[in-house]
Structure formats: structure tokens, C-alpha cells
Write a protein that binds this ligand. Sequence first.
Ligand SMILES: *Cc1c(COP(=O)(O)O)cnc(C)c1O
Length: 229
Amino acid sequence: MTTISANLQAVRARLEAAIRQAGRQPGEVGLLAVSKAKPAAAVREAAACGQRAFGENYLQEALEKIEALADLDLEWHFIGPLQSNKTRRVAESFAWVHSVDRLKVAERLSEQRPEGLPPLNVCLQVNISGEETKSGVHPYRLSALAAEVARLPRLRLRGVMAIPEPLDEIDRQRAVCRRVRACYDGLCRAGYALDTLSLGMTHDLEAAVAEGATLVRIGTAIFGERNPL
Ligand SMILES: *Cc1c(COP(=O)(O)O)cnc(C)c1O
């Protein structure tokens, strides 16, 4: 068994344990394998073990992998910061974008989504930990952005994504995840038909699942440590 297949099995077991611990149902939480900074061969190995959804942060690198793996039926999620001059290739090549945080980017993605493809699934990225990151819409701006994005014809608003600051203790992780969940619940109460809370990485998977994540984004625990780019 290769390292990646062993890691993937361990992550699936960890996810199942977290789901059980949280009193949730098996299958309620999907696994996005984050393959940034890893070669196409690594993705191919994970795909051979049944993993279908992959997350990428850097457009050029992602496009090379998407092309190299076009013989596989994979679902690509763009999860990195997205500048408005890079939207076209994202709209053409990905099934999902998790990092929509401003209207201009959303409008371009909608305009540029090719006719022959289904609408692009999007999550709105919320800046939940304050000033440390520049990415993400502030929670108080979220509902206004949702209203604008929901009107765009070639996008399908699916939910909310966040990258909480790294914290060691699970109680503190859970407190931040709970705030993301509150943002998500607020949009659901406002009438948006959402189904995706994209939350949880290698270090806080359990906290995210406990607080209601429906899609965890796991890189290191599957593919190993990344070399700094
Ligand atoms: C890199 C990355 C991940 C995966 O992080 P790990 O700690 O390696 O599991 C998840 N989400 C986003 C947005 C990332 O950039």
C-alpha cells in the first residue's frame, strides 16, 4: 500500500470517527483532498483509491494537473485567493469555487462560465479571524454579498467557506467554527437554499465536524507536508 492510500484510509477513518462523535450521520460530511503543491501523480494515486474531489489554490499549477488528469473523472474545486483577472480559466476549468469574497469576481465568473457547462458552484469565503488574512468577506457584509451573488445566472450559491486562524485547543477551534456556522445559519434563515459549510483542515477537522461542517478540506494528512513554494 502506498503512503497516499494509507493516509487516505486514515483520514477517512478519522472523519468517520469525528462524525460519530458529533452524533451526525455517515455521509453527511464530504472530503475534499487538497492537492496544492503536490504533483499530478499524487492526485492520480488518491483517485485510484476512490477520491474524486480535489482542491487547488494556485491557478497555473492547477491547470497543468487538470490537463494531465483529464482521463479521470475528477471534480476540481478552486479554494485559493482569486484575482479578477484570473477568473476566466477558473470559470472554464473548475466545478466549484470556495473563495468568492467580492461581487466583481463573482460577476466575472458568472459571465465567463461556458454555456455548455452546468452553473459554477460557489461558496462565499468569510473572514472569520479578523485582520490576519486579507481574504474573505467580513461577516457583516456577508448577507449583502449573498443577495448579489444569488442573482448571478451562471453561478449556484452553495454555502460558506472559512479558514480559521490555527489554534491548538479544540475548544477554541470549536468556538471559531461555531461563528462560521452562525454565518451559514443566518443565510439559511434568510431563505437561501444552501447545503455546503466548507470548514475544517488537517489540524481542526474534528472541531469543524462537531460544529456542522459538510465538507472538510484536507491536504497535509493525505499528501504529507508541503515544501514552501
Ligand atoms: C492548504 C489548504 C487546505 C488544506 O490544509 P491542510 O492543513 O494541509 O489540511 C485547506 N483549505 C485551504 C483554503 C487551503 O489553502
